[in-house]
Every structure is written in structure tokens, then in C-alpha cells.
Design a protein. Sequence first.
Lengths: 262, 638
Amino acid sequence: MRDFLFQFMPPDYSAHGGQIDSLIVAVHWLMLVMFVFWGSYFLYVLYRFRGSRNPKPDYRGMRSHWSTWTEIAVAVIEVILLVGFSIPAWSRWANATKAETLSHPVEVRIVAEQFSWNVQYPGPDGVFGRRDPNLVTSINPLGLDRTDPNAKDDVVSINNLHLEVNRPAVIHLTSKDVIHSFKLPVMRVNQDAIPGMDIPIHFTPIRTNRGDHWEIACAQLCGLGHYRMRGQLYIDSKTEFAQWLKSRGPTRVAALAPPPVN
Amino acid sequence: MPRRQLRVGNQWLYAGDAEKLLREAIRIRDEEEQHDKLSGHHVPWIRKYVFSTDHKWIGVQYAFTALCFLLFGFSLMLLMRLQLGWPGHSFSLMKLLGSTRAPGGILLPEAYNQLGAMHGTVMVFLAIVPLAVGAFGNYVVPLQIGAPDMAFPKLNMASYWCYLPGGLIMLASFLAPGGTANSGWTSYPPLSDIATIGQTFWLIGMVFLITSSLLGSVNFIVTIVQLRAKGMTWDRLPFFVWAQFVTSFLLLLAFPPLEAAAVLQLMDRVAGTSFFLPSGLVVSGRVLHNAGGGNPLLWQHLFWFLAHPEVYVLILPALGIVAEVLANNTRKPLWGYRSMVGATIFLGFMSFVVWAHHMFMTGMGTAISSFFQTTTMIISIPSVIILSALFISLWGSAMRFTTPMLFALAFLPMFGIGGLTGLPLGLAAADLHLHDTYYVIGHFHYVVAPGTIFALFAGIYYWFPKVTGRKLNETLGRIHFWGSFVFINGVFMPMFAQGLAGVSRRLYDGGIQYAHAKAIAEATNPFMSISAFCLLAFQVPFIVNFFWNAIAAAMGRRNAEANPWQATTLDWAATTSPPLAHGNFEVLPVVRRGPYEYNTPECDDSGFLPQHAELTRRPPAGGGGGLLPQIAAAAPEA
């Protein structure tokens, strides 16, 4: 089953994704067993109890109550899937563990808009600069307030998300116009970006791209450009990531800074 | 499960009103007939066929309108499939959409979104619910419970006349500047709040449609509670009536939140309020000044609080039809009638506490997600019980493979696939990968298309002789069935592979822009689109069959007996194509037994005992004594 499903599924390169995939595989086993069981019963019955072969129907029909046991079995398996797989996996997904919060995660803010992903890194000071909707311009899509001291060292990029391999990433997701959904198929990550809400998600990539082309997809209808709201995901080694941040660092920031107001 | 044996002289649970109403209706009809004869005056055509208050004609009106919308919704989907199969190609068919939507026959992304939103809206609110509840419920329920009409005939008329304008407003919105609604059938704000004016039409249309459903649901509840014939106790109700009863409660309780939400969104759009708009919105580089203090998630909660019970509104009447057709064509009672009824009621209750499983990706903590996952797993159990009971009902039967039976049988595995594929979506962790992908589309289409729509086809083939006095052609019916069965799977089965690959839904080009989606989209989409057009081709035999026989029946050429399927329920005790003047039964039927007494020990070679048939002891002549059913002439031919 695992092999069959993985023919279709994208590979998984996240620390938590194995749990998600195990659940998908387990639940498909349950589905397969139920479908094959009832399917064979159905085909047999169609053959055995067609009117020409069995002209005299039995008023009482099935005497045995084995189906009750199959129903109980289904309920028990569902409880196992729920308690054994889904709730623990979700709990790990929804709550960052102590190890992850303590081990200096890469913190990123992503502000979705029609139809691109604005990425903001807090820079060396570790604090995101202030954003103001009134400052939004075509060259400052985040509305970053460069007069804010915290914003001076912030690194921004559009549609390019760089993260470091084997280092937890915490992404603060929001949107400035409509609802989008941030989806990283190879990381088993999916989270709606909702205007007015700032939702943190966390995950740990475990492999660098090595030339593979990984993407950010939008999974929620967000307007006419929904189908092309695509970003690139780069999982870098520690040195590559530092280099990239540096290359986007102060000089670029200066170039991106808005003209002084008044 | 053995059901209660025949117990004549038992305490009856009936409402005296039914009898009184029937007498009154017959008296009025007789008076009118007398009056017509004397004065040469007839009931005006407009009152008989347009603003009719007769439940049967309203049912026919609903059926015809809803079938038209079904075909319309299907054709919207065909245009989408054309684009998905061959993205960006020019098709002369697309030119029908006009140069603003498809210049040079190439569909634009905004037009694709319009088609998507309206396909969903038309199919759910204008086609399937009106067909399942408005048409089948209206026509069949009063007949099956032995009532002369619905409890509130004028309310019934008002219900249809809210539905039709609602539908016409939706259609008219295609002509609005900027086109029709384009924010998905779910209309999530802020996208829908800032959409073109078509969305305003959508909201106004929805208010009409919701009102129509509310009027209908009250009517059904009162009718089923108050107007059952003498002896029609709750445990003798056909399963179809139970399904409609629970459905009506779902409509009554689930729709008002959406009606409120629709009005709030309307205010956001036309009155500058900000119920669903948070502060600091910047759309296309401009600050949205009326935005502030609202919450887009409020809409999602209100919407899904309706739309999840709505899923069961789509399913339960279908299950009811399948149960009737199966019992009739297996020639034996349903297995586990009581557990099926119990499971249906439980399903109705549970359907109100699962709505947020549509919203796992909105930032839910462990506690809330665990609650909704648990309720979702719980609600799967009654569905399993009902489906198992239907499967087991086939054991020991003598199956007749009539066209309605073929559709009803195909419903079982198809609905099974739809149900099973709901499991990974209901488990939040698995949903993390599958949410809003084609897996979801495949899942709910298996439930609704080869599930519910097949059941509705079964119902049309089954009750057509009742309504018109003509049987639909079996050969055309079989061609329709086998073609539909093969190609509908060709459309939907590959969606699961796409979903596992992570292809998002609602993508204008089917995902070929994305590295992870390109290969599977290109491999499967043309095949799915070709299947969709083959599916259309196999609807032609049905359309021909339907209109040919409807027209022949209208010209008075009947070929079906009064009870062509040898059925037991009261609908077949009434006259064929009962007259459109209230009062379905010439003589009030008295119900003496359960709904599916096929091949009971008491019955003779005919193999069935109608619910109202009187049993008399055969005079002890010749062979030994015994019980011989004498089908009471409850319905002399008109």
C-alpha cells in the first residue's frame, strides 16, 4: 500500500511528515479492506441471488448478525487511527515542542497577497520590523516601516523562501487581502493564511534541494491568479543559508528602502 | 432484524385530521366538478398548472426545473473540463461564453472561476436539493403516508415560487458586469466581499433559495406528523418518508444561519459594513477603508454550519429512494429497518457537530481539532450501519434487474467509495496533505454524483409510471445506466491520484504550472475530460426516453398498470397519475402492516402484500384453510 500510494504522492522531506504519511497509509489499508470485503460480498450476492437463480426470496433474509461485529470493528479501528495516529500527529503539528522552540528556529513571516508570497526575515536582531498597511507600495509590498529600528536589518524577498536544513522553521502566516493557503507538498505543510490573523506554524526540513525543484502552492481560491500563485522553496545547508541571507542583507535592504517620506 | 408481525386491532397512532381533510378535499372537488358541469366553467389553466397548490403538480414543477438546472450545471462543468483537459487551447464551444470571458475561444482565468462557483451552486442548491426534496419529497411523501395533500398547500406553492426566482436570479447574474459570482460555491470572504457585482446576485439568489427550503421543510414536518393515514404508525413509515422527515429537520435548523450570513455579506457588499473584513486590508495596493473589526472565519463557521448538514440533505433522500427501490426489486423486506431509522435520526443529530472538519487548516489547536475529528469518526458509524443494512438486504433476495434497480445497486459501491474516502479527510493529520486537493473533489463527487444522482435516476425510473402512467423504455434505460456508470468513474477516479499528488483544487490550468502536479495533471486530465463528454453522450438516451414518454403520456397514451412494480407502499395504492385536485385517494386507505411485506408467510403467489390490503380468511373449501390477501380496491381507476 505504501508503495502504491507513494507512486502518486510527492516525496516527504520534513521531520513530522512521516507521521502524516503513516496515517494516510493506515487509513487506506482500512479503506481497501472494507472495500474489498463488501465488494466481494456484493458481487457474490449479485450472482447468487439474481431472480433467475433464486426465484423464491427469503422473507427473513440474513439471520446472522455478523454485520454488527464488522461495524464494531470499524469503530474500533477508527478509534485506533484517531487516538494512535491522528491526534498525536496533529498535536505535534499544532504545538511546537520545547526542543523546537529552544533550538533557535529560523523565524519567518509570510504575508500572502494576490498573487504572491511576501517573505520577511527578522535579520540579526531577531525582531520583525513594524508593518503598516498605509506604507504599502509596489516596491514595498509588505508595508515595512523602514524608520522602525527593528526593520533596519530585516530581509525581504518575494516568492522565494529559503530555510535551513535540519533547523526548525517557524513561519508566521498572514495575508493582506483575501484568504490564501500556504502549502508545501514536499514538507506535508498546509495552513490557511487569513487576513487579520497571525498563525504560526513550524516544521523541520530534513533534506536540501540538491537540484530538485520545490514549490509553495496556494491551496485556497484567491482570485483569478490563484493557479499561478507559486513560490519557490529552497532548503539550504547552514553555510548556503547564511550566505543567501547576507546577499539579501543591508545593501539590498538599502536599495529596497522606500524614499523618505517628506 | 425481525420486524413486528401483522397485528390488526392494535392501537393506531394516527391523526384524525387526515380523515377529515380528505373528506373535505373530496367534497370541495366534487362541488367544483358539479359547478364546472353546471356553469361550463373550468379551473383556470394558470391556477392548475402554474400557480398550482397540488403537491403532485408542484413536485412535477420542481422535477422539471431541477432537471433543467442539473443539465445546466453539468454543461458548466463540461466547459471547465474542456479547459482542464487542454489548458489554454481555443475551442469554438467556448465562444458561447462571449468575448469578455473567452476571447478567441480561450477561456480566461476569471471566467473559469465563474464556471466553478456556479457549477457548485447550481448543482447543490438548484439541482440536487430541489430534485431530491422538492420533487421526490413533494410527489411521493403525501402519497406514501396516505395523505390527501401537503398540510399547507399554499405554502408549498410559495416554496416553489421562491425557488424559481432564486434560480433565475442566479442565471441572470451571468449577464452582470464582470460576470457572475466567482469566489467558489463557498463564497469565502474577503474574496467574495470584494468580488464583482455577480456576487451580490448570488447572495440575493441564495436568500430566495433558503427561504424556499425553509417553507418546504416546515410543510414536510407538519405533513408527516399530522397527515398520516389511519394505521400508519411510525414503524410502518416507508424508509423514504423517514429520510425526508430527518432531512426536513436538517433544512429547518441548518439554513437560518446561512440566511443570516448571506444578509451580513450582502451588507458588507452594499452597505459598507465590515462583518467579515478585518482591519488593515490592502487589496491590489490600496487600503480598503471600510474594512475593520470583522472576521473572515465567522463566515466559514456560519457557512459550514449549514453546509455540513446540507451534505446529509443531499444524501438522505437518496438513501431513502435506494431503500424503496431495493426492497421492491429484491422482493423481500429491508434488513434492519429499525436500525436504519435509528441510524438516520442519529446521523441527523450528529451532522450539526461536525462542521469544522472543513476548517482544519484555519489554525486549529489540538483540543478543537480532536473534538471535530472525533465527531466526524462517530458520524461515520451510522453511515456504515445504513449502508451495511442495504447490502445485507440483498441476501436471500430474488433480484429483478430493472433499470431503477441497476441505478440503486450501483449507488451502493459508489456511495461506499465516497464514504470511505471521507475517512482520510476527516482525520486532521491526513487532511494536512489532502486538504483542498482533488482528493476532496473526488470524495464528495463520489458521494453526490454516482451516489445521489444515481439514486435520483433510480427514483425517476421507478416513479415515472406513477406520475405519467407510462413506463420508461428499459433498453434506453440500460444504455443510459451502463454508459453513465463507466464514464462517471472515468471522470472521478483519477481525482484521487491527483489529490494524493497534492494537486490543489480550483486551478485554472489543472496544475500544470506546478512541478509536483504537472506530470499527473497532464497524464490524467485529458482522459477525465473525454470521459466527461462521453458521460454527456450517455445522458442523451435518458433525455429522449424522458421526453418521448412524457409527451406520449400527456397525449393520453398510457401503457403501465396501476402498480407496475408490484409494490407494497401506499403511493401505488393511489390512482395512476392521480388527478390534480387534492385528495389522492378515492377511499381513505387504512394501513395494516409494515411497508415492505414482500413474500411474507401470509401472502399468496403474487408475492407481495400492500400496506393497506385486507386479509380475509379463505373459506375452507378444497384445500385447507389459509390466509388469502384480497387487495382492497382502495383505488378504483379514475
